[in-house]
Design a protein around this ligand. Structure first.
Ligand SMILES: Nc1ncnc2c1ncn2[C@@H]1O[C@H](COP(=O)(O)OP(=O)(O)OP(=O)(O)O)[C@@H](O)[C@H]1O
Ligand code: SF4
Ligand SMILES: [Mg+2]
Length: 370
């Protein structure tokens, strides 16, 4: 390999965005009674010790049931919330300790696309006017160049140029989402945090908007942190997937390996319940059993009350994260290395970390000992 090729390969591996041990714990207000009794306040661990990486030009999908911490994670990455612990790094630099210049870079490089663009679009403003306003406010394009840039943005999201004079109320849900994507693109970001960007759309429109995300990625080299409750959406769009349960990552790895051989019983349950794209069904209630109260999560593995493979150890001991033979990082006592005191499996040198190897994880038995 030439020196340039080596350097390029190294650059490709440096995450554009990384979270290290990122946590958001909300201290809840104490009741008067608790206050009078001087009882400690309750804490909700919305995001708990999450370490993830998004590589340039790639899509990291984040999936989990409602309340698993997906949007909180997105807000932490965007610095809309302060973390309780941990770091967010952009190009390897901690955004919290980078001062004003770093905040500016984060605002330029990382933009957001939300589920419901209607709430963030001014109903009285035309599409072209809204985009021109972003260009003006951010100072990214001088006045003379704005009409051309607006036309370019609309073209990029497949919006007929004649529609620049339309207002949000005159557009379909898919049209409005295209406008919000164009608005996110206006400052030339490298990463989009997309929080349930297709969840409110009809299934046929979902496919069109996902196609648009894919086309923009290949044309502009964008990276995505793509948040959804729908694994079928991630099967279509993600390169890597992280599965959140009660604020913690229970499994993460290359999408191909994770969909071919999901390791964690929670991922398996989500996948078993996930519809194929085009047949809508929410994972909100797809997994058997109630989502526990996040303020008083179960002991040991927090999934144990709902897990068909739960063992005695699961109620007592928090599983550590280990790597499976197929390349996923998983926190589950079914895997050697997850129970403190056990050895992680030795990966044969030829086994690719991308997870293309054959399935060799232990399958949880539905009648596991409880
Ligand atoms: N400001 C806050 N104060 C206290 N608790 C909060 C706050 N924001 C979020 N939470 C709690 O944090 C947990 C994670 O919420 P979050 O909105 O991140 O979940 P989510 O995975 O995005 O859910 P959904 O799929 O419904 O959008 C939930 O239990 C939620 O009630
Ligand atoms: S087997 Fe145990 S550790 Fe693994 S998911 Fe089930 S309850 Fe959790
Ligand atoms: Mg959310």
């Amino acid at each position: 390999m030439t020196a340039l090729a080596t350097e390029l390969a190294a650059t490709m591996r440096t995450p554009l965005l990384e979270t290290r041990g990122l946590s958001k714990h909300y201290a809840l207000q104490r009741s008067t009674r608790a206050w009078l009794r001087r009882e400690p306040g309750e804490v909700l661990r919305a995001v708990d010790d999450v370490s993830l990486a998004v590589l340039p030009g790639r899509t990291l999908g984040v999936v989990g049931e409602t309340g698993s911490g997906k949007s909180t994670l997105g807000r932490l990455v965007l610095r809309l919330e302060r973390p309780s612990a941990g770091q967010v790094l952009l190009d390897g630099q901690d955004v919290a300790s980078g001062g004003g210049a770093m905040s500016h870079r984060l605002r330029r490089d990382v933009q957001v696309v939300l589920q419901d663009p209607y709430t963030s679009l001014n109903p009285h403003e035309t599409v072209g006017g809204a985009l021109a306003e972003v260009l003006k406010v951010t100072g990214s394009v001088p006045a003379a160049g704005r009409p051309a840039r607006v036309a370019e943005l609309l073209d990029q999201v497949g919006f007929p140029s004649g529609w620049a004079g339309r207002k949000p109320g005159q557009l379909s849900g898919g049209g409005r989402q295209r406008v919000s994507i164009a608005r996110a693109l206006a400052v030339g970001p490298r990463l989009l945090v997309a929080d349930e960007p297709v969840s409110a759309l009809d299934v046929s429109v979902q496919a069109q908007v996902l196609n648009l995300f894919q086309r923009l990625q290949s044309e502009l080299g964008l990276a995505y942190l793509f948040i959804t409750h729908d694994l079928a959406v991630l099967e279509r769009i993600a390169d890597d997937v992280a599965v959140l349960y009660l604020g913690k990552v229970v499994e993460q790895g290359p999408a191909e390996a994770l969909f071919a051989s999901p390791a964690h019983p929670y991922t398996q349950a989500l996948l078993a319940a996930a519809p194929k794209l085009g047949r809508r069904r929410s994972t909100t209630s797809a997994v058997a059993g109630e989502l526990p109260n996040p303020i008083t999560p179960p002991s040991g593995c927090t999934f144990h009350p709902r897990c068909p493979a739960a063992m005695a150890v699961c109620r007592e001991v928090v599983p550590l994260t280990t790597t499976t033979a197929t390349g996923q990082r998983v926190a589950c006592h079914l895997y050697p290395g997850s129970t403190p005191g056990t050895e992680p499996p030795v990966r044969p040198p030829s086994t690719p970390a991308s997870g293309a190897a054959a399935v060799s994880h232990p399958a949880p038995s539905p009648g596991g000992t409880r």
